[in-house]
Write a protein that binds this ligand. Structure first.
Ligand SMILES: *[C@@H]1O[C@H](CO)[C@@H](O)[C@H](O)[C@H]1NC(C)=O
Ligand SMILES: *[C@@H]1O[C@H](CO)[C@@H](O)[C@H](O)[C@H]1NC(C)=O
Length: 318
C-alpha cells in the first residue's frame, strides 16, 4: 500500500522532480566551512521564544567569533567570556536560516559537537518562513539543559494525526501534531539512544541526523559517530543518496491521517542556539541545574565554553 502510493506520487510528480527516481536523490546543496556564510541568512531579530539571548548579525557574529568557519568546520558558539547585567541584552549567539527552501528532499547534518550546558537550548530544524504553524515544522535535533535523549517533533495546524504502532525505532510521545491541542508540543518521537543528544553525543564524537521529506511520509534517522550501520552515502556526503538502504528510521511520520499538502509548505533549514526561553526556562527548575536560568546565564560565562555547534557539513538532496 505504501509502495503503490509512493509510486503514484512519483508519477504525478515526475514532471517537476526529474532527478527523483525511487528513493534516490541528487545533491543540490553542499554546505561546508566558509560556505555557510553564503548559504544561510543570519536572523538577528529578538528570540520569539523569549530566550536570554542576543542573536547577532553575520558581520558581528564573525567579528566576535560567535560564528567561525574553517576548511571542514562551522561553529556557532555562545559568548563564553562576558558577564551580563540583568537589565542589558542576553548572551550573544546566532540563529541561521538557509537561503534555499525545500519541499521533497533529503537533508543530512554531519554534526561533530552540539551546545551543551545548563541553560542551553540548541535546535536544528526546518520550518516555513510564512505564518506558523500553518506551514508546519520538523525538528531534527532539539533539547534543553542537557536533557537526553533527543526528541524528533512535527508541529502542525489542526487535524494532523499519526497512526499508533508505526515502524520506527523511537518512542512516540504524542500522535497528535496539532500545536493547539498539545500545548504547542506537537507529535514527538523520543530516540532510545542516550548519545543522540547533549554530553553523551559530544563524548561520542557526534553523529549524523537525516530527514527524508517525501510526498507521503517523513522519516528521520540518527547514527551515532561510531555506529557501524551508518550508510556509506551518509558518511561520504557525495553526489547522491538512496534512502531505501538506510533501514528503520528513528521517527516515521506517514500521511495516512494528515494531509501533507495542506499542513506543510516549503521549508527552510534553521540552526539556532538560545538560552532559557519558554521551554528551556520552564524546564530549568527540574533539570538539576543551579540558581535560576536567567541568573545562571547572566553570571556564569565560563559555563558556556561547551555551548557550541561544530558542524562538519549540511548536504541537501532533491
Ligand atoms: C529555536 O529552535 C526551536 C526549534 O524547535 C524553536 O521552537 C525556537 O523558536 C527557536 N528559538 C529561536 C527563537 O530561535
Ligand atoms: C574562534 O573560534 C574557534 C572555534 O572555537 C577557535 O578555534 C578560535 O581559536 C577562535 N578564535 C579566536 C580569535 O578566539
Amino acid at each position: 500500500m505504501y509502495h503503490s502510493r509512493a509510486a503514484l506520487f512519483l508519477t504525478q510528480a515526475a514532471a517537476i522532480l526529474p532527478f527523483c527516481l525511487g528513493a534516490t536523490y541528487s545533491r543540490t546543496s553542499h554546505v561546508v566551512g566558509h560556505s555557510f556564510y553564503d548559504n544561510f541568512f543570519w536572523e538577528d531579530a529578538p528570540d520569539p521564544t523569549h530566550g536570554r539571548v542576543n542573536y547577532l548579525n553575520k558581520e558581528t557574529s564573525r567579528a566576535l567569533n560567535i560564528t567561525y568557519a574553517s576548511e571542514d568546520s562551522f561553529f556557532i558558539q555562545a559568548d563564553a567570556t562576558t558577564t551580563l547585567t540583568p537589565w542589558g541584552p542576553g548572551r550573544n549567539s546566532a540563529r541561521i536560516v538557509s537561503k534555499k527552501s525545500y519541499t521533497t528532499h533529503v537533508a543530512v547534518f554531519d554534526v561533530k559537537h552540539m551546545p551543551e550546558g545548563c541553560g542551553t537550548w540548541p535546535a536544528i530544524w526546518e520550518t516555513s518562513l510564512g505564518p506558523w504553524p500553518a506551514g508546519g515544522e520538523v525538528d531534527l535535533l532539539e533539547g534543553v539543559n542537557n536533557q537526553t535523549p533527543n526528541t524528533y517533533v512535527m508541529h502542525t495546524s489542526p487535524y494532523c494525526m499519526m497512526p499508533p504502532g508505526r515502524p520506527m525505532s523511537g518512542i512516540s510521545t504524542s500522535d497528535n501534531c496539532d500545536v493547539f491541542s498539545t500545548g504547542f508540543s506537537g507529535c514527538g518521537t523520543r530516540d532510545t539512544r542516550l548519545n543522540s543528544f547533549g554530553p553523551p553525543f559530544n563524548a561520542n564524537g557526534g553523529g549524523w541526523y537525516a530527514l527524508e521529506r517525501a510526498g507521503t511520509f517523513k522519516k528521520i534517522w540518527f547514527w551515532p559517530r561510531d555506529d557501524p550501520s551508518v550508510p556509506a552515502d551518509v558518511v561520504s556526503g557525495g553526489a547522491a543518496v538512496n534512502t531505501d538502504s538506510w533501514g528503520l528510521p528513528a521517527a516515521y511520520y506517514p500521511d495516512d491521517l494528515c494531509d501533507f499538502a495542506t499542513h506543510f509548505a516549503e521549508h527552510n533549514i534553521v540552526i539556532n542556539l538560545t538560552f532559557c526561553g519558554d521551554w528551556g526556562g520552564n524546564a530549568y527548575p527540574g533539570s538539576g541545574c543551579p540558581s535560576t536560568c536567567f541568573d545562571f546565564v547572566n553570571d556564569n560565562p565560563a559555563s558556556f565554553g561547551n555551548a557550541y555547534f561544530d558542524i562538519k557539513s549540511v548536504n541537501v538532496y532533491e
